[in-house]
Design a binder for this molecule. Structure first.
Ligand SMILES: Cc1cc2nc3c(=O)[nH]c(=O)nc-3n(C[C@H](O)[C@H](O)[C@H](O)COP(=O)(O)OP(=O)(O)OC[C@H]3O[C@@H](n4cnc5c(N)ncnc54)[C@H](O)[C@@H]3O)c2cc1C
Ligand code: SF4
Length: 331
């Protein structure tokens, strides 16, 4: 059994308190929400914070609200179960409910939060291992080593973004609201992720995610999220595809966003997929062309389960299925 390293848990009762505690302890501290990612990683000694700042006591961040003009607001501490089961999310932002429901197991969804999910650590076969395993190999650049085991000539880490909800939030053009020592700021989900597995989030030290807002859907918005994983019972994605389609009242597609995840350090918004869909009636040829566009941009590497050619081939298959599921769903 792997044990947690020693650390001190300090409880934050408010956002201001959390920011003050994180500032006080600097690089020795990390925030924790549900702990379903952080504590597992601490057991593997991927993180060894001296202080863990607990956000769960912050009651003002446990909520899901919907307003016809403002859209959807998720408090960062809304659990994945809350998101997956919310009637308004299921009806108006179906892909988000599907993504939240596809994370891990019921127990982890009851503890895991949407704020923790958007900040979940990037993953790699050479990194998500226990200390002895990593030590025997000589470590890697992301933790304690100096080269990338997946791409030895790469100057940066290529561990994959493994959040199920991140691609959906980008598809819905969500905004993440952060609070930190410098005050509050808002970042579009599309700009929150970086193409480097070690520095994967546009989040300054000491900042926390407090809310996530999604614009109100237009009347003919449809969406779907599909995930490929080794075991459908609880695994991380080795591929995730989010599709959001907006048509006018005549059925012509006016806006489309297709986002592919778990094949690179950040989710990929496929611009050519949108070009293939907008202006069409979402016929089979348009969906095929959009799936081809997703296939073209995805470049999986040898850092998760399954082979590169298989994951690459599955991008077209899952993109096509996600698009069909979105197109066939009731707006
Ligand atoms: C067996 C197993 C299977 C899993 N499968 C999946 C899966 O299929 N898909 C998936 O997406 N995830 C999966 N996870 C990871 C995890 O359960 C989820 O991502 C969960 O949503 C994380 O939320 P949390 O609140 O528990 O985050 P925590 O563990 O509390 O935090 C995760 C990270 O985010 C930081 N953090 C937490 N809250 C905030 C905040 N408000 N602001 C800023 N930083 C914050 C923490 O410091 C930490 O680095 C799995 C985990 C396990 C152990
Ligand atoms: S991609 Fe390279 S640097 Fe990043 S975790 Fe994997 S082996 Fe380490």
């Amino acid at each position: 059994m792997m044990r947690l390293p020693p650390f001190r848990y300090v409880r934050a009762g408010s956002v201001d308190e959390a920011i003050a505690l994180l500032a006080e302890h600097g690089p020795d501290a990390l925030p924790v929400s549900g702990g379903t990612d952080l504590y597992a990683n601490m057991k593997q000694r991927l993180f060894t914070p001296k202080v863990v700042v607990g956000l769960r006591p912050i009651k003002t961040l446990h909520f899901i609200e919907y307003d016809e003009r403002a859209g959807l607001t998720l408090g960062a501490l809304a659990t994945l179960t809350d998101v997956a089961e919310s009637e308004v999310v299921r009806t108006l932002y179906a892909a988000l409910a599907q993504a939240a429901a596809a994370v891990s197991t019921p127990q982890l969804r009851n503890m895991g939060t949407i704020g923790g999910n958007v900040c979940v650590d990037t993953r790699c076969n050479y990194y998500n291992q226990n200390l002895d395993w990593r030590k025997a190999l000589g470590y890697c650049m992301k933790k304690d080593g100096d080269i990338c085991r997946v791409a030895p000539s790469s100057p940066k880490c290529v561990a994959v973004n493994s959040s199920d909800t991140a691609p959906v939030l980008i598809a819905f053009d969500a905004t993440l609201h952060l609070a930190g020592p410098g005050g509050e700021r808002a970042v579009r989900a599309a700009d929150f992720y970086r193409d480097d597995g070690m520095f994967a989030w546009a989040k300054a030290p000491g900042e926390i995610v407090t809310r996530i807002t999604l614009p109100p859907p237009t009347p003919h918005t449809r969406s779907a999220y599909l995930k490929l994983r080794m075991r459908n019972s609880f695994d991380f994605p080795i591929l995730g595809v989010a599709a959001m389609l907006r048509t006018d009242e005549t059925g012509i597609c006016r806006d489309a966003r297709v986002v592919v995840n778990a094949v690179s350090p950040r989710p990929i918004l496929v611009a050519d997929a949108a070009s293939a869909l907008v202006g069409t009636r979402l016929d089979a040829a348009a969906l095929d062309a959009a799936a081809d566009a997703a296939y073209a941009v995805a470049k999986p590497l040898d850092n998760t389960s399954a082979t590169i050619p298989y994951r690459k081939r599955m991008v077209r298959v899952f993109a096509r299925r996600a698009l069909a599921a979105a197109a066939d769903s009731t707006p």
